[in-house]
Design a protein around this ligand. Sequence first.
Ligand SMILES: [Zn+2]
Length: 354
Amino acid sequence: MDSNAVLHRIELPRLISVGDGALADTLSALSVAGVERGSRVGIVTGPHVWQLYGHRLRGVIEDVVEAVVVSVKDSSIATAKDVARELHEAGVEAVIGFGGGKPIDVGKFSAWKLEVPFISIPTSPSHDGIASPFTSLKGSNRPYSVRTRTPVAVIADIDIISSAPLRLIRAGAGDLVAKLTAVRDWKLAHRLKGEYYGEYAAKLALLSAKHVIEYAGSIGRGSREAVRVLVEGLISSGVAMCIAGSTRPASGSEHLFSHALDIVAPGRALHGEQVALGTIMMMYLHGGDWRKVRNTLKKIGLPTRAHDLGIPEEAVIEALTIMHRIRPDRYTIVGETGLTREAAERLARVTGVI
Ligand SMILES: [Zn+2]
């Protein structure tokens, strides 16, 4: 198929506001979303975040719209459907996702179901779903992200985000380092399977990885400037997915490894921590400089051994042997038949992951 002849449609956020006090820009976001004065707007948030920062968001919007606040504790498909129903019954004209990964995912899903605009207001920088059209919900039959709705606006208040726990900040950096292998897998699938490959989107994703690598040390310390760099990187990676129209530039074999871990050893570590481990091993398979990847992760302060994340050796080996089955349509370095047990164990040992 000649990829030049294929119609390619790109949907991007219309407003991205990053900086201290960006929360005030929520009003501009509502106006970009076409929300009229006096309308109802759904806010999907988490209990902890709402307690800490809810009054700030309320203060910004309360004279303009009526807020319907829904607090979620998980991001399961069942919760997401309940929230969508509740917001539909309330007749909201837009949905704001306000919090970490879970409220953002549930909010994005609800907005998509209701066919109303979605505004993304992350309070932690733990992954790159904050500006992308993809949603990852637990308990669905597909353990990876599916396409839903591009946020019409992204409001990243550095004042709030830089107060997030250091572990979440480091995990977000791990999700960006992962682009080093994601883009290699994408290129490979293009060469071997003729899959569409968008060079611009690939370069943008790599740029967000390199940007973060340059600031690895200061991100590891959680410095304010570095958190801003990280947030910009996460947004760029989300935009790269918008441009590609798929998660390809941001998610390759290292993500498949993490999804496989979610099955064999659920709930042990954060998404960004798991894909970081995957990136070390997948870079080894790609024949790239995996030691450099490992050193970068160490500088960021991310664990490079499964044991440090409470993940048993056996789970790593098993995840490596089943990861190729998670998403058969997504060709990566592990190919269609995957790794043998022996190869998996050797890979994990050679790279020091176990
Ligand atoms: Zn990710």
